[in-house]
Design a protein around this ligand. Structure first.
Ligand SMILES: [Zn+2]
Ligand SMILES: [Zn+2]
Length: 351
């Protein structure tokens, strides 16, 4: 069911860098059950493709899950690479594992952004922070960790420093690790432009994650005329629509509660007061018309399936749709942007 829904979800997306990938990755093979023309599994040698190109703009879903401790879907986290910069948005469970699967040293991330303080977006932060400070190739942070988030982010950083004070002191003394790399340069940011460097601009905006979860942010990333919008955790939000209008990629949360489950246990309705149903997401996609709509933070309650999500979205939204998996990657090229694919290449790394 999952693979067939991926197939239908991907219909129409053209793998614009197929030839480059197959040249770099002779072992490239289609992900099981998916269309070879649309989703390709790459070898490690292909992963670095284009990383030093100044127009490089890539989105990687590091974790597409929810609080469910799933081996298949890590906690919610998204990597955006723009030019030579690496930005990570949210830090769910296993964010460090997913980054290192891509052979991205944890300490090489340039800036970190938090949407809100729910634990499924945060439990991976201490790991990313502390492990990224270690000396082996998977770590190696030698500058302060730049962290941006809503009011409370600075306090969070101070709390982490206190909680792990013993580890920090031990490694500093015993291993000679410089304290610069374990310092958190934390910023409480208001909605608006929160980061701007070498043509990469990150804008925070308030979404709608329920009355008691404020502020809760989504982020828009702009780079050389292209844009990616991350909805964050939200129910239907006009702010997401406004930010994502004609964006290249909109990554949106979704949750599905089967009708029977909702009828037998009305307590489930509270979930829809905080997160988007497939119909809510379809409304956003319809109104914003991104070149590619992507699901991440995928909540499957009871016996709900990805196929059912797609089926319900398809009742009202006919545009390009991708149901994300961990390590789904998207390259947004400057070329070919007039075609129906919008110049977005999609492929699936083997998690
Ligand atoms: Zn949340
Ligand atoms: Zn969440």
């Amino acid at each position: 069911m999952k693979s067939s829904s991926l197939l239908s979800a991907l219909t129409g997306i053209i793998l614009t860098c197929a030839s480059a990938l197959s040249a770099a990755a002779p072992a490239a093979a289609p992900a099981a059950g998916t269309a070879s023309a649309t989703v390709t599994t790459t070898a490690a040698s292909a992963r670095a493709g284009g990383t030093d190109r100044t127009d490089h703009f890539r989105v990687t879903l590091l974790g597409t899950g929810t609080p469910v401790p799933s081996p298949a879907r890590a906690g919610y986290s998204t990597l955006v690479e723009a030019g030579g910069q690496k930005l990570v948005f949210d830090f769910g469970r296993n964010v460090s594992v997913r980054l290192w699967q891509l052979r991205i040293p944890l300490g090489s991330v340039d800036a970190h952004f938090l949407t809100h303080f729910h634990s499924d977006h945060l439990v991976g932060l201490p790991d990313l922070w502390l492990t990224g400070w270690l000396r082996p190739p998977y770590g190696r942070r030698d500058r302060p960790m730049a962290l941006y988030g809503p009011a409370g982010t600075r306090a969070l950083a101070e709390g982490l420093r206190q909680a792990f004070a013993a580890d920090i002191a031990i490694r500093h003394k015993d291993e000679g690790s410089a304290l610069t790399g374990i310092t958190i340069d934390a910023h409480d940011v208001a909605p608006g432009v929160v980061y701007e460097k070498d043509g990469v601009r990150v804008t925070a905006f308030e979404n709608d994650h329920g009355d008691h979860i404020r502020p809760s942010y989504g982020y828009r990333i702009d780079y050389r005329g292209r844009s990616v919008v991350l909805s964050g955790d939200t129910r239907f939000s006009p702010a997401v629509v406004a930010q994502a209008r004609n964006a290249d990629v909109l990554v949106h949360c979704v949750t599905l509660i089967p009708d029977a489950l909702l009828a037998s246990n009305p307590a489930y309705r509270a979930i829809y007061d905080h997160l988007s149903s497939p119909e809510d997401a379809a409304r956003v996609f319809q109104a914003a018309a991104p070149k590619l709509a992507v699901f991440s933070h995928i909540g499957l309650n009871g016996d709900a399936t990805v196929g059912q999500i797609v089926e319900r979205v398809r009742k009202t939204y006919a545009g390009e749709l991708l149901v994300g998996e961990d390590l789904t990657r998207m390259d947004i090229s400057l070329e070919g942007r007039t075609g129906t694919s919008g110049g977005i290449a999609v492929w699936q790394e083997q998690p």
